[in-house]
Design a protein around this ligand. Structure first.
Ligand SMILES: *Cc1c(COP(=O)(O)O)cnc(C)c1O
Length: 399
């Protein structure tokens, strides 16, 4: 009792300091399915421009039907990890479909990409080896690397000179693995995989790409960063999520060389010690990859939308980060301005989020817009008009 009282005080103080620094994260509650048009708890309707719903599949009727069908035929939950009694035919089907999509040899499913990244390094590499990681890699990669005994090297974001220097230093180790996000989520830039792959060849390194924000989005048919640079099947390890372009529910995967996946099934801790994905999620995943195998309509619409939107925003005079993805970062630099602007945009019916330190570097506050294949031209135009109106009021447009 007395112990908790002290701890409670400690937490209350910490929380108060988070609040007073303006860094307290409050959840905004949606009372409708995830979609382009959402209803907030207040009853207000808004156009959503900040979901990872790149292909618009989050509320797709056929996907929901596939999930229901799988749940009816295979049940609700697995009550087991994969290797005890938690593997159904559907899991194997989804793993094969993901390998086909990326042109890889085999796939292992996880509860989330956070787990895929958390469980990929430690079983494969040890203190004799080196991991060379981009400074802007996702938090789950950073955590995964921490769990592994390999020697760590870090290079500045997409900086090939720095990568080369780190690779030279890492010649001291036995095996080398370069790790990068496919798309960096705060800026929208694509990792220069052609150059990374060339340096890997030169310095005898393997490559791992986290395709979470690039899969379904980047590349002519949305196969990700490896498609963009003609490297399908040539990268040893890919990780990705089912929680973004591919329906947005939950689930992650590692896909790549056969022996690597086989070793992960033997030793990857989040795979061995965490529950199997439920049949509904797996059934919907199979539907998604089959559908994307048969048609590129969604990817093409997304590419059209993205080009149109970013072009119009630049024309309007916004300071937009160069992007090769469906992410459009409107730079505002000032944290408070990013919050004020997002608040004003919501009043105009546009739902976006302002990001500031520590999510992005200090003095680099921005609003990140995410485009979806589900956005119609008129909705993109409404968003652009709202940005111009509010941006004008707040004086953020370049003359
Ligand atoms: C979103 C994301 C993840 C986490 O994926 P989950 O499946 O939601 O755990 C991992 N890596 C990158 C690069 C991401 O963008």
């Amino acid at each position: 009792m007395q112990t908790y009282k002290k701890f409670q005080e400690h937490l209350a103080n910490e929380l108060a300091s988070i609040r007073s620094a303006g860094l307290y994260k409050a959840e905004k509650i949606i009372a409708s399915p995830q979609s382009v048009t959402i209803t907030l708890q207040s009853g207000q309707q808004a156009l959503n421009f900040c979901a990872n719903n790149y292909l618009g599949l989050s509320d797709n009727k056929e996907l929901i039907a596939a999930a229901c069908k799988a749940m009816e035929s295979r049940g609700y939950g697995m009550s087991s990890v994969r290797f005890i009694c938690g593997s159904q035919d559907l899991h194997k089907e989804l793993e094969a479909a993901i390998a086909q999509f990326f042109g890889t040899e085999d796939t292992i499913l996880y509860a989330a990409c956070f787990d895929a990244n958390g469980g990929v390094f430690e079983p494969l590499l040890d203190e004799n080896d080196a991991i060379i990681s981009d400074a802007l890699n996702h938090a789950s990669i950073i955590d995964g690397v921490r769990l592994c005994k390999a020697v760590r090297y870090r290079y500045a974001n997409a900086d090939m000179q720095d990568l080369e220097a780190q690779l030279q230093a890492a010649q001291a180790q036995r095996f080398r693995l370069i790790v990068t996000d496919g798309v960096f989520s705060m800026d929208g830039n694509v990792a220069p995989l052609d150059k990374i792959h060339a340096l890997a060849e030169k310095y005898n390194a393997m490559v791992m790409v986290d395709e979470s924000h690039s899969a379904g989005v980047v590349g002519k048919t949305g196969r990700g960063a490896t498609e963009e640079f003609n490297l399908r099947g040539k990268v040893e390890i890919l990780t990705g999520t089912l929680g973004k372009a591919f329906g947005g529910a939950i689930g992650g995967f590692t896909t790549g060389k056969k022996e690597i996946i086989d070793m992960l099934r033997q030793r990857s801790r989040p795979y061995l010690f965490s529950n199997s994905l439920p049949p509904a999620v797996v059934g919907a995943g199979i539907y998604t990859f089959r559908h994307l195998e048969s048609s590129n309509v969604l990817q093409e619409k997304l590419h059209g939308n993205t080009g149109y939107f970013i072009g119009k925003m630049q024309q309007a005079g916004f300071d937009v980060k160069p992007s090769q993805s469906a992410i459009c970062a409107v730079m505002l630099y000032d944290a408070k301005l990013s919050q004020d602007m997002a608040g004003r945009l919501l009043e105009e019916g546009i739902y976006v989020t302002g990001f500031y330190y520590p999510v992005v570097p200090k003095g680099q506050a921005r609003i990140r817009i995410q485009i979806s294949a589900a956005h119609e031209r008129a909705q993109l135009d409404k968003c652009i008009q709202a940005f111009i109106k509010v941006g004008g009021e707040l004086g953020v447009l370049k003359k």
